[in-house]
Every structure is written in C-alpha cells, then in structure tokens.
Design a protein around this ligand. Structure first.
Ligand SMILES: [Zn+2]
Length: 232
C-alpha cells in the first residue's frame, strides 16, 4: 500500500478502531521508523518476516526480541558474499545472500545468487535460540556504496519519517547531486532533513515536494534511481 494512503487520517482512524494486536510484515525492508509508525497507528506489535519464492516462501522470522530474523540453518545454507570481490564477508558484515537448500524435497537450489543484501548474526539470541539471525537491508538495484559504507532506502526513510515527512518518496542520484522527491505538503523542518540527508549521502541534496500520488509508487519498485556508479 502506498504510504500516502496507508497513513491518511481515514486509514489511521479505522486502524485505531480495529482489534488487531499483531502485525506480520514481509515483502521488503522494514525501516526502524516505519515499524515505530505502524505500531503507533495500529497500537500493535510488529514482527518482520523474510522469504523468497524460489526457496518455497517464508524462511526467516523474528522472535519476541525482534533483533534479526531466525532461520533454520540445518535446512538452509546462506553465504554472505561481497558483490565485487565475490569473497565471503566477515564478522556479520553486509553482503549478497547466496542460498543453498539442504533438504531433499522439491527442486534443490545450489549457491543461488539472490541480489538480496543481508547480514547474519551467529550469536545466541536473548530468546535462548542459537539459530542464526538474518537482517535484510535492501536489493542490489536499490543501494549505493559511498566511501566504504552501504546506503539503503531504509536509511533515507528513517530520516524522513523521523522528521515527520510521512509519504512516498524517491531518491534520484547522479554525479552532480541527489534529488529527494517526497509526496508531502509539509515544508517546514526541511533544513534539518537536507542536513541529515547530505551527511548520509555525501552529496548536495535537493528536496522537492510533490502532491500525494504524484510518484505513483509501486511497492515492487525501487526507491533509488541511480545514474552513476558509486563504486568508481
Ligand atoms: Zn531470538
């Protein structure tokens, strides 16, 4: 659902009146600020799930501590690979998820390159489970790598939502500048997000406000529109 619809006053009112107390999220990244907003609107606890159709569907889910999504590593072998060097990343660093299935049913996947950026925490969770925890950060086509740091739409979204700009958005990145298009009528507090986005993206940032619905955003679409190679 488009953010502009999902957080409209009418929608918030019906969410408030519902008896929903648990939200299960899936199908994309879940930013810290979007989770906070959804929990506030619904007065519910939000849990994140992760899956991929090629494997059979859901493969990982959060426990009550909600710090990473547990997965069965006796059924699924996940490597985290640097997209440039194709070497395994170390110590929980971000890389591309490469999947191999370890069960005997269905069609086996062997070192399946997914284009999913993830990281994995192998430490025992506070819930007592030693099953590894997976963090999904974003897709290959929807990231930049600047000065040794990955930047994903969730980072932009956290800044926008934290400053009260709740709506769909798109980030256009070129050699010269970054344009952040936001469906919002709010124009105060803009200086703060420009400063924070400039720090995040290390580029001159221009914020452009658009009417609700102007971006016609699809939940399957990318948030970043990139016309330069940030690795050069
Ligand atoms: Zn746990």
């Amino acid at each position: 659902m488009a953010s502009s619809v999902a957080y409209s006053p009418e929608w918030v009112k019906s969410a408030r009146q519902s008896k929903v107390n648990t939200l299960l999220m899936g199908g994309g990244f879940l930013s810290k600020e979007r989770r906070k907003l959804l929990e506030n609107v619904w007065d519910a606890t939000c849990y994140n799930l992760f899956g991929m159709s090629e494997m059979f569907g859901p493969i990982a889910a959060e426990c009550t501590f909600r710090d990473g999504m547990h997965y069965r590593n006796d059924y699924l072998f996940i490597e985290v690979i640097d997209p440039v060097t194709h070497k395994p990343t170390q110590n929980g660093e971000i890389g591309i998820a490469v999947y191999s299935s370890l069960w005997q049913k269905g069609f086996p996947l062997l070192r399946y390159w997914s284009d999913d950026f993830i990281s994995i925490n192998m430490e025992t969770c506070k819930c007592g489970s030693s099953l590894p925890r997976l963090y999904f950060h974003g897709k290959m086509a929807d990231h930049i790598y600047s000065q040794g740091v990955y930047v994903f739409p969730e980072h932009v979204e956290n800044i926008l939502f934290e400053n009260g700009f709740i709506g769909d958005y798109k980030v256009k990145i070129s050699n010269e500048k970054v344009e952040v298009l936001i469906e919002s009528s709010k124009t105060n507090n803009t200086d703060t997000i420009v400063v924070q986005l400039t720090k995040l993206l290390s580029k001159r940032v221009e914020v452009i406000f658009l009417p609700y619905g102007a971006l016609n955003y699809s939940s399957f679409g990318n948030r970043f529109e990139i016309t330069q190679d940030w690795r050069k």
